[in-house]
Ligand binder design. Structure first.
Ligand code: FES
Length: 307
């Protein structure tokens, strides 16, 4: 019988030492094509908004009004400015306060009043952010991933569907089972090899017996960029899960699929996407009975949560 007190303590430690410190994925950059497009997510219990400002620059900020620390935006959408639904303080898309009558009466300086900015970078079309001002940039580790999957480059892949949902599964079971019990797309089989670095812990699997040079069009890579980005990548399409815990025994998921350049008119694309949905169910089933955590994930957890 699980001990709820221990589970709550474990989740608090994971929230503080993993999701509050590491780089996390908010989804694909092409989901924010125009100024004012935004998405929201929870990161270590903090509401976060990622948006494209009026100059086209991508920004990540705490999604909390400066007045009473209440959430500003919900879900996904497009706005010309950010207006708080509670007392109508409004902010420019770069986060600067632009209007608050009660604030002006208090003599506060608008120019120095801005939503709390967060670190954000874009890698091969992925929006990566962290709450941690001291987190090392994962550039080197991600360059290693890029070499691993070369010449496949996810930059040009375009998202064709995405969805948010919640599974009643411990996030660790899902992250730990993805490589071990991964469900590659048709035509690929799945033993794995593991790549790991000190900056961002990641693992990659490739089809057994298929050498990287040559015959690349039959490859499927399973990439787990811990703690929360799980990617199944093929030269034709990719699909992914961005996960964050939602309590001790549930996980919030952002799921999406994207097609490679030149494949939007592929007659097989719709069938491929339909199969992705089937594979998504297989991943959920695997996570319900995960067995021992994947070796790389086990080491990642041990590095963040020492005994
Ligand atoms: S909480 Fe936002 S204006 Fe009051």
């Amino acid at each position: 019988m699980p001990d709820p007190t221990a589970a709550a303590a474990g989740l608090a430690a994971e929230t503080r030492q993993i999701f509050g410190r590491d780089w996390l994925c908010a989804g694909r950059v092409e989901s924010l094509p125009d100024p004012g497009c935004y998405l929201t997510l929870q990161v270590a219990d903090q509401p976060v908004v990622v948006l494209r400002d009026a100059d086209g620059q991508l920004r990540a900020m705490l999604n909390l009004c400066l007045h009473r620390k209440l959430p500003l935006l919900q879900g996904r959408g497009k706005v010309a400015a950010i207006t708080c639904p509670y007392h109508a303080w409004s902010y420019r898309l770069d986060g600067h306060l632009r209007g608050a009558s009660s604030l002006l009466g208090q003599g506060l300086c608008q120019a120095q009043t801005t939503l709390h900015p967060l670190r954000l970078l874009v890698w091969q079309g992925w929006l990566l952010l962290t709450l941690n001002p001291g987190a090392a940039r994962p550039t080197e580790a991600l360059a290693e991933v890029a070499r691993w999957i070369a010449p496949c480059d996810m930059t040009g892949y375009a998202e064709v569907l995405c969805e948010d949902f919640r599974w009643p599964i411990d996030w660790k079971a899902l992250a730990g089972s993805f490589i071990q019990n991964g469900a590659p797309l048709p035509g690929a089989a799945g033993s794995q090899s593991v790549l790991e670095t000190d900056v961002v812990h990641l693992a990659a699997a490739q089809p057994a017996g298929t050498p990287l040079p040559g015959d690349r069009r039959h490859l499927t890579w399973l990439l787990a960029i811990y703690p929360g980005l799980l990617i199944t990548l093929t030269p034709k399409c990719l699909w992914y899960l961005c996960l964050t815990p939602d309590g001790a025994d549930a996980v919030r998921l952002h799921f999406g699929a994207a097609l490679a350049p030149g494949h939007h008119d592929d007659p097989d694309a719709q069938a491929l996407l339909a199969q992705v949905m089937t594979l998504l169910q297989a991943v959920q089933d695997d996570a319900r009975d995960p067995g021992l955590p994947d070796g790389a994930f086990g080491r990642y957890l041990a590095s963040r949560l020492p005994a």
